[in-house]
Structures are given as C-alpha cells and as structure tokens.
Design a protein around this ligand. Structure first.
Ligand code: ADP
Ligand code: ZN
Length: 811
C-alpha cells in the first residue's frame, strides 16, 4: 500500500486527508503519524491504507509517532460511528481512545546558515530576527513568536528562508508520559562463582557485599535496588562493587504504577445466588445460548432491580462466565469517586486482573493502566464513561451500572457522546453482550425493552442482612400545610419528629436537598403557585441579571410581581435553599448531633468524597446533608431515615426530562435508607403531594411512573418518539447571537420544506440556560424529528455553533 487516509488533529476538519507513504516506511491502520497540514505539522491517525490516493496532489507522511499502532481496527470503526453520529471530527472521536499524554506538538527550529550577510540589504525587522537567531544555537518558533509576534515571526522567517540565510528543522514534541522503570539487581554469577566470591569477600571482610550476595543467592528473581538498600542498609557503591566484579548486574525494569495497590483487598468466595438472582441469571444464559444458533446483533439486557437487589452480583457472575470463555469485559460505573466500594468488589473477585481508568489517577498511573490493558494483561476494566474506550482486546461483555445516569453523556466538550449508545454499538462490532442495570431505568431504555429491542430481566426483592426485605416505608408531607400551621422552618413536624427518634436510637439520618434548578423558578410558599408561561405552561425561569422571568421555550418574558397572583400574599421565594441553611437548621434543633455536609464547597476544600463517606460509614457523624451526590450508589447500612427537604424543586425545571430526573433522584435517595440490619423510613416533603412523580416515588412504583411518562412523551413527541439535536450559538454580542440563531431557524425550515421532510420541527431559538458563559451570550435551538441528523448533515455550520446530538436535557 502506498497511500494512507489520515484523520488529522486540526479543529474543524471533519474529513480525512490522503498522504503518500514514503518508501521504507511501513504503516498499519491505527498508527499515529506526523503529517504536514497547511503550514504546520500535526498529529494524525491512519484510518485506511490504499493503492491509490483519493486526490491527485498528496504530501508525504512526515514521520511515525509510536512504534506500535495505538488504535485497533475496531476502535477506528467505533470512532467513525461516533464521528458521524455525534457530528464531530474523526480525530476528536479517535482521541477518546488514544493513550494518556498522547497529544504533542511539532516545533519548528531555525538556525543561522554560515553565509555572508549583507545587513544593509535587509529590513530592520529582518536584521532583528537574524540577530536573535544568531545569538543562540537555534531558536524555536514559539520563542520567536513571543519576541516579535505571531504573524511577524512567520512572515520574516519565510523571507529569511527564501534568501537562504537560515535553515529550518522540525522536531516532534517529546512524549510527556513514559513507562516508569526502576533499577533491579540480578545475580549473574554461577553457583560456583558465588562460592568463590563469598570466600574472597569473607577474607577481605567485605561484609556488606557478602550479605548482598547471600541475599540474592537465596532468591530466584531480581530484587529492586530500593528494596535491597532498605533491607540490608547498604549503599549504591557497595552494589557497584559487586557489579564491577561481574557478580551482579543492575538493570532497569518497567513497573506498573498500580492504582489498586493502595486498596487492601479481601477475597472471599462469591455468594450463592439467591433464587431470584438465579432465575434472572438463567434467563440471561438462555438468551446467550440461543445467540450462537441464530446470528445477528448480540443481545442487550436491561437488568431492572431496586437498589440492593443484587444486580452487582449478576454482573460479576456474567463477567466470570465471559472471562472463563477467554474474553474480557468492561464495566462502566457513573462516578468513580463515589463508588470505590464497587471497584473493590470487582478487584477482589478478579485478583490482579482488574484495571481501573479514570481522571482521578495520576497521569503516570493512567498511562500504565492503558499499556497494561493494551498488552492483554487484564480481564476486566472498571471506570466511568471514558473506560469504554480502553484498549481492551477481545471484549465479550459490556456492563453499564446505573444506566440512567446523566454522567454517561459527555456534555461539556466534543464529542458529545452517550456511553450507553456507544457501548451498544461497540458490542455490535465485537459481538459482545451488553447488560444495562438500573433501579429506575431511563425511560427510553425501558421503552426499548418494552418494544423487545432489549431483553428485560427483573430482580424484584431487596437483599439485606435481614434476608429479603421490603423497601423502606415512605411518608409524603404537604409543605403548604406546614406554613399554614405557622411552621416557617425547612423541616416539617413529621420530619423533625422522625429525626429526633432516629438520633435518640443512635442511628443515622441523611438529608437530601435537590439543588438542580433550585434558584431558577419562583414559587409562592403559601399556596404553592409557580409562575408559568401563559403560552407553553412550562415554569418560567428567573434570570437574576435582568430580574425577569423568561420562558425557555418561546422566550416570553415578564417581570416578577411582589405578591402572588393566586393568593396575593407576599410569600414568593426566589432563591433555592442551600445546604448551609439546612445545616444551620439542624444545629438549631439538634445541637448535640454531629453533622457532615457534602456538597461542592466542601469537596473543593480538599475533603474528598471518599473521606466524607468513610467518616459517615464509620459513624463519626449522625446526620449527612447533601445534594445529588448523596443519591448515587452508596451503601450506608446504618442509615434508617432519609429526609427529602423539597422533592419538587426539579419538577419545575423547564425540561422534558424533569419528571424523570426527579423520580430517579427520589427513588435513589429513598433506596439509601434501611439497607442494614434495621428497617428504614423515608420522608418526602413537597408542595405538590398529588403530582404523579411524587406519588409513584413514594410507592417505589417505577411502572406507574413509566406509563404516565411515556404517554406524555408520546403526546408531545419527545424522545423516545423523536430524536433531539441541540444547537447552541455563542457570541460576545447578544444581538448578533440572537440574529444568527433566528437565521438558522429560518434557513432550516425553508430547507426542510423544500426537501419535503415531514415530522420535523424546531424548538426555539431561546436563550440557553446558562445565558452568558465565559463572556459570551448563548442562544439555542432544538431540531426534533425522526431523523434530525439528516437535516443537520446538510448544514454547514459556521464557527460559534456547537452541536449536541441526543442532549440529556434542554436547559
Ligand atoms: P445492587 O447492585 O442491586 O444494588 P448488590 O449486588 O450490591 O445489589 O447487593 C446488595 C447487597 O446484598 C450487597 O451487600 C451484597 O453483598 C448482598 N448480596 C447480593 N447477592 C447476594 C447473595 N446471593 N447472597 C448474599 N448476599 C448477597
Ligand atoms: Zn400564592
């Protein structure tokens, strides 16, 4: 093959480029290379080899970056899919899978040529640059740019190059991360030689050297120098002495910076599956058995089971089966910092065969894990969404725990992919099975299960130390009643009484505050009235800068009246309640109780998630106050009371997923109580006790919620009945921002009408929820339809637009 198609690392390029492979260079698909691109040399990935170039004029590949292709053909296949589906450059998609620390720059250096210079023929600027370069051995372009400015540096060096006064060399940036090696001492002398040496050393009273020799002779493996020094209290010079007599050799050995080495793992035999787990497992096995008879897409299972029903045990069982058959598995968990327990469980079940990959590891650890996985040393990779892109060969199973979690969607940067959807695709390419697990499945996932696209597997009971146990009892408290009874505090009388009882018993309480969207809508504390858009009926969002309420669907806006339009009282509440407020109030009522607050503020003060959790689990505090993080898969056996301060905060979020989101949060928090020896209790405080979301959550009734929700989605044509694409335009000038968004709407509507595309609509443009971010205004619109990506792919978007396919929310 003489030509290569290369995905280049240059923002905004969506296609690949053809390059010629210079003679003598052998390349594979997946190889990382340096290629000339415009005036620069950039990194690229070979995605295809061919006999013919795609275009007539091609440049040569400039060099190879690594000695092995960092990407496999399957990974390139996945990246192609990601790039098409999520509308990003192929390189961005490939970058998801590149080794940590891969990104490097090529730097151009200039050197003086020893030719006669007639200074008078040059401009003062040319002379200045020439003197600058002449003053040192060589000068890098970035350095020169700093001195004379970017444009000047390029312009003048080009002039000097043309006059052959300087020469140019290119140097690739060095790898930032490298394998770590440490020195080991190896005995190289034969048994006989050792005996001779020992006698000699004894005679010369070289005790230390003798000791070392004896120490090494007792071992079959080389010993790290550091261990030797520590153990025998010897010096480098002593080891050197032995080396110079050719008795030992010192060699550097690559070691793995192992992030799991910190954990003290206890291995115990896996529990015997309970009868419902066994039944669920047999269903899975049956489908897998039938799979080999009828080829086609590999199966996707939706394992639907309340928290604590033993889903993780099923994952482990399935992994064991797959690994036993010589394949490997990936297990995604929503947030690694909160799920150390899960990692430990996996690591102790597959000792020495588990790798973890996440951003909390040191760069060196990340690099080593990546190499270790790629070299085929591990069976199971555990991590957040990015772990899906680990270079794991031979994947046979992909598990996604808490599949409904939003953290599986990358929202903040391109590619804005959803790990669940990519996982299903990756599984198709590798013929792997997929298990999605959740107590509150994503409505779209559950719909797929209902349609027969996924296999629905249920686990109905909770396993606790008491055996099977029902879910905690839930009480719904109407907050409007509290105010009428003169209670203006955050806690209802019911919650206060329950807290008191729990604390007296020496048990633990968690208090959950839903902060998402807390400060965004305005509600009357007296009657529960919420300001809504008269046209769209969604809750209006309060913009504190403009001091106005704005509809995020149609851009209707209104100023806020001082009194409630429904009951005329001055009890309007704008701002959300913070965890600090909750803390103060707990202190007021229970001065003796030991409190722990868990929110972003606390975490940034270098008190880690793990430490907070550990302290609470060890009962160093009685009450844990927290936000969203509290809801995530924590095992807190001593908690017997969970209080939800305000359940309906999220309900008024102007988003088609706000009900789903609230339901999931409430169920998760409720699931935290009563996981231990004692039964638990949950109290939900709300202004809308009759809302179906609250009602269903109180009864742990997922299906009840699901059927209401799916009807709503069908009626208003939201996913899963349509697909959404969010387009955001940002600009420093608000008027331009708005005009561009409106222009886009008109353009697309004209285009779709002309092409006769039906079932397509546009929501917006409206100001984005974070209206001003990083000094820029942001306006957004949504494409909605059966195939909005088709519409999208016909657009050429100018700079300033970002695209989010399948956004997890609308605000
Ligand atoms: P989930 O993943 O659904 O939240 P887990 O797998 O974590 O549930 O199980 C909940 C608890 O029950 C855990 O403490 C686990 O150790 C225990 N458990 C799970 N399966 C069994 C079993 N077959 N026998 C005994 N205990 C089990
Ligand atoms: Zn009112």
């Amino acid at each position: 093959m003489n030509y290569a198609e290369v995905a280049v690392n240059s923002p905004g390029t969506r296609s690949t480029f053809s390059y010629a492979i210079p003679p003598g260079l052998s390349l594979d698909v997946g190889q990382a290379v340096w290629v000339p691109f415009g005036a620069r040399v950039v990194q690229g990935i070979v995605v295809q080899l061919s006999e013919q170039p795609a275009v007539a004029e091609v440049k040569d590949i400039a060099g190879v970056i690594s000695d092995f292709p960092p990407l496999s053909p399957v990974q390139i296949q996945v990246a192609r899919w990601v790039s098409e589906r999520y509308f990003c450059s192929l390189f961005d998609a490939l970058a998801l899978m590149l080794p940590p620390g891969f990104e490097r720059r090529a730097v151009t250096y200039f050197q003086l040529k020893d030719s006669q210079v007639n200074a008078s023929l040059l401009t003062p600027e040319q002379n200045q640059v020439l003197r600058f370069i002449g003053g040192r051995k060589r000068v890098g372009l970035p350095e020169l740019e700093k001195t004379v400015g970017k444009a000047k540096a390029r312009q003048i060096t080009n002039q000097l190059l043309a006059r052959q006064l300087i020469t140019k060399t290119m140097e690739w940036g060095k790898a930032k991360l490298k394998p770590k090696t440490v020195p080991f001492v190896r005995l190289i002398a034969s048994g006989e030689e050792v005996e001779v040496a020992k006698a000699d050393l004894t005679r010369r009273r070289a005790h230390k050297q003798l000791q070392i020799l004896e120490f090494l002779a007792e071992r079959t493996q080389p010993v790290p120098v550091s261990e030797l020094k520590k153990h025998l209290n010897c010096q480098s010079a002593t080891i050197k002495g032995l080396e110079s007599r050719h008795l030992v050799s010192v060699e550097r050995v690559r070691i793995r910076r192992d992030p799991l080495a910190r954990l003290s793992l206890t291995t115990f035999p896996p529990p015997v599956l309970t009868s419902s787990q066994q039944a669920a497992w047999e269903l899975i096995q049956n489908v897998i058995a039938r799979k080999s008879e009828q080829p086609g897409k590999p199966p996707v299972f939706l394992l639907f089971g309340v928290t604590g029903s033993g889903k993780t045990e099923i994952y482990l069982r399935a992994l064991k089966e797959v690994v036993g058959a010589g394949k490997t598995g990936i297990c995604l968990i929503p947030e690694i910092a909160l799920t150390q327990q899960t990692v430990e469980r996996f690591a102790s079940r597959f000792p020495g065969r588990v790798a973890v990959l996440h951003s909390g590891l040191s760069p060196g650890e990340q690099f080593d894990e990546w190499r270790w996985i790629m070299e085929g040393n591990c069976d199971v990779v555990v991590g957040p969404r990015s772990a899906l892109f680990a270079p794991l060969p031979n994947v046979g199973i992909i598990i996604i725990d808490e599949e409904h979690e939003w953290t599986y969607k990358q929202e903040d940067k391109s590619p804005r992919y959803h790990a669940r959807d990519v996982a299903v695709k990756l599984a198709e390419f590798t013929d792997a099975i997929v298990i999605l697990g959740s107590a509150t499945p994503d409505v779209c996932s559950f719909y797929k299960a209902q349609q027969g696209e996924y296999h629905l597997i249920e686990l109905k009971e909770r396993i606790t130390p008491r055996g099977y146990s029902p879910l905690p009892e839930v009480t719904v408290v109407d907050l409007r009643e509290e105010l009428r009874a003169g209670n203006t505090g955050l806690f209802s009388r019911t919650l206060l009484a329950a807290m008191k009882e729990t604390l007296v018993q020496g048990e633990q309480v968690i208090l959950f505050l839903n902060r998402r969207g807390a400060a965004t809508f305005v509600r009357c504390r007296n009657c529960g009235f919420v300001f809504r858009c008269p046209r769209c009926s969604v809750a209006l969002t309060y913009h504190s800068v403009e001091k106005r309420l704005i509809c995020h669907r149609c851009h209707y806006s209104v100023s806020v009246s001082p009194t409630c339009p429904q009951c005329s009282r001055r009890h309007l509440r704008f701002l959300g309640i913070g965890t600090q407020r909750v803390e103060e109030e707990v202190r007021h009522f229970f001065p003796e109780a030991r409190l722990l607050r868990w929110d972003r503020d606390v975490i940034t003060r270098r008190y880690s998630h793990e430490e907070i959790l550990k302290d609470f689990r060890e009962h160093k505090a009685d009450v844990l106050i927290g936000t969203q993080m509290i809801a995530k898969g924590l095992d807190l056996p001593q908690v017997t009371l969970a209080g939800i301060i305000n359940a309906d905060t999220g309900l008024n979020f102007p988003d088609f997923r706000s009900s789903e989101r609230t339901f999931q949060l409430l169920c998760q928090v409720a699931g935290r109580a009563g996981r231990g020896v004692k039964a638990g209790k949950v109290i939900i405080q709300t202004y809308s006790p009759d809302n179906y979301v609250i009602q269903a959550a109180a009864k742990h009734d997922y299906l009840g919620f699901y059927y209401r929700e799916i009807d709503y989605r069908r009626q208003y044509d939201y996913p899963p009945f349509s697909q959404l694409v969010r387009l955001v335009y940002s600009h420093t000038n608000e008027a331009i921002c708005r005009r561009e968004a409106e222009r886009m709407r008109r353009l697309v509507l004209e285009q779709t009408a002309k092409d006769g595309i039906t079932g397509f609509s546009i929501i917006g443009p409206v100001p984005a929820f974070a209206f001003r971010a990083r000094g820029k205004y942001r306006w957004q619109l949504f494409f909605r339809g059966a195939n909005p990506i088709r519409v999208l792919s016909q657009l050429s978007l100018s700079q300033g637009w970002t695209v989010d396919v399948d956004p997890v929310g609308m605000v």
